[in-house]
Design a protein around this ligand. Structure first.
Ligand code: IMP
Length: 440
C-alpha cells in the first residue's frame, strides 16, 4: 500500500514546498492543507507558466484531485474566491469547483477587522523592537480569536442569529482597540454581518465534513498528501518565538488541523533550501547581511528571493544544519527534499553551520530565550563549491558534481535522514527523485 505523505517546510518557509506538493500530488488522491492561511505563497512553474497559490492546496493544478481545507486553516473568503476565479480563468478548474475543493465546517474565517487589526499593529510596531513583519493578511488576529473562543467558523456563516451574537462579542473588544488605542473608526457590526452572510451563501457548496472525508478516504485506501505551509521555524511553539506565525507548522499540527490520527501519516518530507532565507524580522543565525552584504545580495539575486505573498526581499544566509537537525527531530522527518541547489552553482566555497557560540560556550541547539537566540554566533564548516557547473541540466544523482554529492552527504550525516530529492531548478523536469516517499 502507498504511504500517506506530509510535506513540511524545514526552515522559515519559502523553501519550495509548492513545487514538491505539485510533484507528489500526481501520486495522491486527496490533498489537504491543515494550518496557516493566505500568508502562504506557493509558486509553481508548470510548462514554463508561473502560478502562485496562497490558500487553495497546490494539488489543484492536477486534474481531478480533491483538495481539502482543514479546520486548522484560517480562510479569507475573499481571497478564496479570487483564487477560484483565477483557476477557472486559466482553465485549471471547470465550472463545478465545489466538487474538487472542500472546506471544513470548523475552519475559522478571516474577516475585514482581522486584516485591519494586523495592519494597524504592524504600522504601530514599525521600526520598534518586537516588530514581527507579518504578511498583514489578518492571520494572527484570526487565530487569536480562535483560541480566545470568539472566532467565527465557516459553519457559523450559515446560522444568522448565532453569527450576529458571535460578531457582537468579537467586535465589542475590537472596537475598543480601534477607537482607543489606534484612534480609528470602529468596525460596523451591520457591515461585517452582511459581508458574512454573503460569504456564507457563496461558500455553502464548498462546506463539508473534511475530517470524515479524510478518514473515510484512508479506510478506502486512498493516498493522502498533507500540505504544510510556512516553515517549522515559524511554528508558534517551536519556532523563534515571538517572531513566528500563529499556527502549528510542525507535523503535530496535522492531527489537530484536519482530524486524522498520527498513524495516518507515514512519510514526512522536510523541504529545505540548500541555503537559508527568512522574511520578516526575528533571529537568523547564519544571515549574511551583516557580515557579507554583497554575498547576501548575490544569493538573493540568483535565487530570486523575493516573497511570493508580499514581494518583500528575503534575508539570505548559509545552510544551518543545527536548525535542520532540530527540524527533523521535532517533525519526525523521514527524508529531506533539498531545494534550489542550482543557486549555489557558481560559488567557490560554501559554509554550513554546525553549532553556535553563546557567551563563550559552544551549544548545539537554539536557546529558548529570544535574547540569547539573538546573540548566538554560528560555527561553520567550510565545503568546496561545485563552481561553474550547470546543475540544472543534470538528470541523475550520479551525474551531479562530486562537490554537490559530498554537500548532500554532509547534510545526511548531520541530520540523520536521507536526502530523497534534489531540486536543481524551478521546473518539474529539474528534479532528481532519489527515493519516492510513497514507497514502503
Ligand atoms: P503572519 O503569518 O502574517 O502573522 O506573519 C508572521 C511571520 O511569519 C512573519 O515573519 C512573516 O513574514 C512570516 N510568514 C508567514 N507566512 C509565511 C510564508 O508563507 N513564508 C515565509 N514567511 C512567512
Amino acid at each position: 500500500m502507498k504511504k500517506n505523505v506530509a510535506v513540511i517546510g524545514a526552515q522559515w518557509g519559502d523553501e519550495g514546498k509548492g513545487k514538491i506538493v505539485d510533484l507528489y500530488s500526481s501520486q495522491s488522491d486527496l490533498i489537504v492543507r491543515y494550518q496557516g492561511g493566505n500568508n502562504a505563497g506557493h509558486t509553481l512553474v508548470v510548462n514554463g507558466r508561473k502560478t502562485v497559490l496562497h490558500l487553495i492546496p497546490s494539488g489543484i493544478l492536477h486534474p481531478g484531485k480533491v483538495c481539502l481545507i482543514g479546520n486548522g486553516v484560517v480562510l479569507d473568503p475573499l481571497v478564496f474566491f479570487e483564487e477560484v476565479e483565477t483557476l477557472i480563468q486559466s482553465g485549471v478548474l471547470s465550472d463545478a469547483p465545489e466538487k474538487l475543493i472542500r472546506i471544513s465546517e470548523r475552519t475559522h474565517v478571516i474577516l475585514p477587522y482581522h486584516r485591519k487589526l494586523d495592519r494597524l499593529r504592524e504600522e504601530r510596531a514599525k521600526g520598534r523592537k518586537g516588530e514581527i513583519g507579518t504578511t498583514v493578511r489578518g492571520i494572527g488576529p484570526a487565530y487569536e480569536d480562535k483560541v480566545a473562543r470568539r472566532g467565527i467558523q465557516v459553519i457559523d456563516l450559515l446560522h444568522p442569529s448565532l453569527l450576529k451574537e458571535k460578531l457582537e462579542r468579537s467586535l465589542e473588544e475590537k472596537n475598543v482597540l480601534f477607537k482607543g488605542l489606534f484612534q480609528t473608526d470602529a468596525a460596523s457590526l451591520q457591515e461585517v454581518y452582511d459581508h458574512c452572510l454573503k460569504m456564507g451563501e457563496l461558500l455553502k457548496p464548498y462546506i463539508a465534513n473534511v475530517r470524515s472525508i479524510l478518514n473515510q478516504g484512508i479506510r478506502d485506501k486512498k493516498t493522502v498528501l498533507f500540505e504544510g505551509a510556512q516553515g517549522m521555524l515559524l511554528d508558534v511553539d517551536w519556532g523563534t518565538y515571538p517572531y513566528v506565525t500563529s499556527s502549528s507548522t510542525v507535523s503535530g499540527g496535522i492531527f489537530s488541523g484536519c482530524g486524522v490520527p498520527p498513524a495516518a501519516v507515514q512519510s514526512i518530507i522536510g523541504i529545505a533550501k540548500a541555503y537559508c532565507t527568512r522574511v520578516g524580522t526575528g533571529p537568523f543565525p547564519t544571515e549574511l547581511e551583516k557580515t557579507q552584504p554583497e554575498l547576501a545580495q548575490e544569493i538573493r539575486r540568483i535565487g530570486a528571493e523575493f516573497g511570493a505573498t508580499t514581494g518583500r526581499p528575503r534575508r539570505t544566509g548559509w545552510l544551518d544544519l543545527v536548525l535542520l537537525k532540530y527540524s527533523v527531530e521535532i517533525n519526525g522527518m523521514t527524508g529531506i527534499a533539498l531545494m534550489k541547489t542550482d543557486v549555489l552553482d557558481g560559488f567557490e566555497e560554501l559554509k554550513v553551520c554546525t553549532g553556535y557560540r553563546l557567551n563563550g560556550r559552544t551549544i548545539d541547539e537554539l536557546p529558548a530565550c529570544i535574547e540569547d537566540t539573538e546573540g548566538v554566533e554560528p560555527v561553520y564548516q567550510t565545503l568546496k563549491g561545485w563552481k561553474k557547473y550547470n546543475t540544472r541540466a543534470v538528470r541523475s544523482k550520479n551525474d551531479l558534481p562530486a562537490e554537490l554529492q559530498s554537500y548532500i552527504r554532509v547534510i545526511e550525516d548531520f541530520v540523520g535522514v536521507p536526502v530523497v530529492l534534489v531540486s536543481t531548478g524551478p521546473d518539474r523536469e529539474e528534479t532528481l527523485q532519489i527515493r519516492s516517499p510513497f514507497d514502503n
